[in-house]
Design a protein around this ligand. Structure first.
Ligand code: SAH
Length: 498
């Protein structure tokens, strides 16, 4: 049996794919249907048909699934940022747990029983909306020439006007409306990606959830021409980046919690949002946030009393869900099992957040990260929190670690970092490089803690580490991104001969 484009089918959704699409079967033929959720009976129209499967568009929900809920955001289908908004939160958690489990079994080649014995219940969110501490809104113009902001419709650069994203901080709307009304009143233009003309490109908003501090950074398409030969008596305010700038600053300053307003210069024709040149216009150049250590074995994960404070600039990398980040880091810390005597490598360390958590409980921690500015921040953060036993290296984990290993072995050095007790890794989606994994195996740490944002590459890497003499002790998912299909996983590996 084969379907043609525009054929209509009635199908029951029995499963969900890794992108959140509903999966159902008609006469053994598999259908992938975006926006349909597990348990739905739907009517769908075939969009694209292949030999054994087809993609179809959801036309009508005939019989809603018991897991189907009313989405909070009217734009969730157009936007595509929240793939799971129509699924109840508890079922989202179940979906994510299954995603991790399936990847470990299918890609990692582990037995279902082996995984089930080691998997701890996923760590969910108490409030799965309004959890993001960072938002980047594009500014554009609608058909009638009005300045608007919102989000790009899935896979396009067409802006759909909406200042009230369900995942963002509740203050975002007021901030955006303030900027829009200032722009309209002062005829400030929005950037046009096609012509490269227009002034305001994006608005970045960051919030320190613990401090309550708000940061706004307008990305603008304008270079400041420096006055090299100012005429005597003529004063030019070189800090004037926007027309009638004082009016905007005064309005933003009124917003409860606002502590930092800046502009970022980006005159390139590029998809990269932020420009690297930042000018502070009002208040501080950074905001502050505190991450507390939690007890992940107790109900509701209470604070243990330990905490670290970070300064965040418009360009800093910082986890976007601060509440769940506390749980993720606390879990990594728990799995590391530190007593104060251990030496630890923290690979892919970013601004050193995990490293500094570990340093409080270890003898020494070395962090490795590819972005030099992140390492500058890491060193700053160490100082700010009075941590002296953390050292940071700039470079690729797959180069820094092997070089260190080679040097330490050839020099017959007894460097204590040569055979660390624990290695923590938190790589980007593509996972760890083979050279990195192989060096880790040579270093033979007692424990490896793998923090992953993609359980497929995690599964692939775990197979290599387990073939190399390690065994999985614990696996636990942490939901950092409610309403989306993404899930973080923390795994504890132990050397088999220990
Ligand atoms: N552990 C940090 C950052 C995790 S994100 C935190 O929780 O905040 C992954 C980090 O790995 C990013 O900061 C990225 O810049 C860095 N990175 C990417 N490829 C890398 C590589 N090959 N070697 C080292 N770091 C890398």
């Amino acid at each position: 049996m084969e379907f043609k484009k525009n054929d209509c089918v009635t199908v029951t959704i029995e499963d969900m794919g890794s992108d959140g699409e509903g999966i159902g079967k008609v006469d053994g033929f598999t259908l992938f249907i975006k926006d349909a959720v597990i348990g739905d009976q739907v009517e769908a129209k075939i969009i694209k048909s292949k030999k054994h499967y087809a993609y179809a568009r959801l036309e009508k929900v005939l019989q809603p699934s018991p897991f189907r809920v009313e989405p909070k955001c009217a734009y969730h289908r157009q936007c595509g940022g929240c793939q799971l908004q129509a699924l109840s939160y508890s079922e989202q958690l179940h979906f994510k747990e299954q995603k991790i489990r399936n990847n470990l079994i299918r890609i990692g080649g582990f037995d279902a029983e082996y995984i089930d014995e080691r998997m701890q219940p996923i760590v969910g969110m108490e409030e799965p909306f309004h959890y993001r501490n960072k938002a980047q809104y594009p500014i554009g113009t609608d058909r009638d020439g009005n300045v608007i902001t919102g989000f790009y419709a899935g896979r396009t650069h067409n802006i759909i006007a909406n200042t009230d994203c369900a995942l963002g901080a509740s203050e975002n709307q007021q901030i955006l409306e303030t900027i829009l009304s200032y722009m309209r009143k002062n005829k400030v233009t929005a950037y046009d990606e096609v012509t490269g003309k227009g002034l305001v490109r994006h608005v970045l908003i960051r919030k320190g959830f613990t401090s309550g501090q708000l940061m706004v950074c307008l990305v603008i398409n304008k270079k400041m021409t420096k006055m090299l030969y100012p005429t005597a008596g003529v004063q030019k305010n070189t800090n004037e980046f926007l027309p009638n700038q004082g009016e905007l600053l005064a309005a933003l300053a009124e917003i409860q919690g606002m502590t930092s307003v800046s502009v970022s210069i980006n005159t390139e024709k590029t998809n990269v949002i932020m420009g690297t040149e930042i000018h502070n216009l009002w208040g501080e150049s950074t905001i502050e946030d505190t991450i507390h250590v939690r007890d992940m074995q107790k109900e509701n994960y209470p604070y243990t009393g330990d905490a670290l404070t970070f300064k965040i600039s418009p360009l800093s990398f910082y986890q976007v869900n601060p509440v769940q980040t506390e749980k993720l880091y606390s879990l990594a810390l728990e799995y590391a099992g530190l007593t104060g005597k251990e030496t630890v490598w923290d690979l892919y360390c970013g601004i050193g957040t995990i490293s500094l958590f570990l340093a409080g409980k270890a003898k020494k921690v070395c962090g490795v990260e590819i972005i030099p500015q992140a390492i500058d921040d890491a060193r700053e953060n160490a100082k700010r929190n009075h941590i002296e036993n953390a050292e940071f290296f700039v470079g690729k984990a797959e180069e820094v670690l092997p070089e260190f290993y080679k040097k330490a072995t050839t020099e017959a050095s007894s460097d204590e970092m040569l055979h660390p007790d624990v290695i923590v890794v938190d790589p980007p989606r593509k996972g760890c490089d083979d050279a990195c994994l192989n060096t880790m195996l040579r270093m033979q740490p007692e424990r490896i803690v793998y923090v992953s944002c993609d359980s497929a590459t995690l599964a692939r890497d775990l197979k290599i580490l387990c073939d190399g003499g390690y065994e999985i002790r614990k696996v636990r998912g942490v939901d950092q991104f409610g309403m989306t299909v993404h899930v973080e996983t923390v795994v504890l590996l132990q050397r088999k001969d220990m």
